[in-house]
Write a protein that binds this ligand. Structure first.
Ligand SMILES: Nc1c(C(=O)O)ncn1[C@@H]1O[C@H](COP(=O)(O)O)[C@@H](O)[C@H]1O
Length: 161
């Protein structure tokens, strides 16, 4: 159960903390790298080649601004690539969202919400759940906990009003 997280810059790390924690909580082996396609494309290629060879199940990519990274990573692998657009200095993250979501056909990046690192983790876990049945069971238990918590808050609201 191996996930590689590649972000465009070390300055993105805070926004990906929750993603990393969720993956580790569910028992995934997580590798985290900060490699820009724009600034270090050779090292990025080496990193993706390693993923292709070392049994990585899913690659999560995260980048802000002109976010070429997720698409470039997707071009170098047939592993599932998830893209997390990050809100950086301008346009509330729409710049990154547009860069990541509008891939030409044949080279998909499964794009989550702006700053959607948590859902990137859950989506990666669900993809891996196909291969690891115990993980799938854990995810079902998590969904049940979430449902119970929702019903509890509903009850609280009904009682309050
Ligand atoms: N989008 C990309 C890429 C890329 O796509 O190759 N490389 C860096 N970045 C983004 O630039 C922003 C600022 O990075 P710096 O703080 O390092 O200047 C970050 O959000 C990063 O993801």
């Amino acid at each position: 159960m191996k996930v590689a997280i590649i972000m465009g810059s070390a300055s993105d790390a805070d926004k990906m903390e929750a993603c990393i924690h969720i993956l580790k909580d569910f028992g995934a082996e997580v590798t985290v790298r900060a490699l820009s396609a724009h600034r270090a494309h050779k090292a990025l290629e080496e990193c993706v080649n390693e993923c292709n060879e070392n049994g990585t199940d899913v690659i999560i990519t995260a980048a802000g601004m002109a976010a070429a990274l997720p698409g470039v990573v997707a071009s170098m692998t047939v592993l599932p690539v998830i893209g997390v657009p990050l809100k950086a200095v301008a346009f509330d993250g729409l710049d990154a969202l547009m860069s990541i979501v509008q891939m030409p056909s044949g080279v998909p990046v499964a794009t989550v919400a702006i700053n959607g690192g948590k859902n990137a983790a859950y989506l990666a876990l669900q993809i891996m759940g196909i291969k690891y049945p115990k993980l799938s069971e854990k995810l079902k238990a998590f969904r049940k906990e979430q449902e119970d918590a929702c019903l509890k808050t509903d009850q609280d609201i009904r009682e309050r009003y």
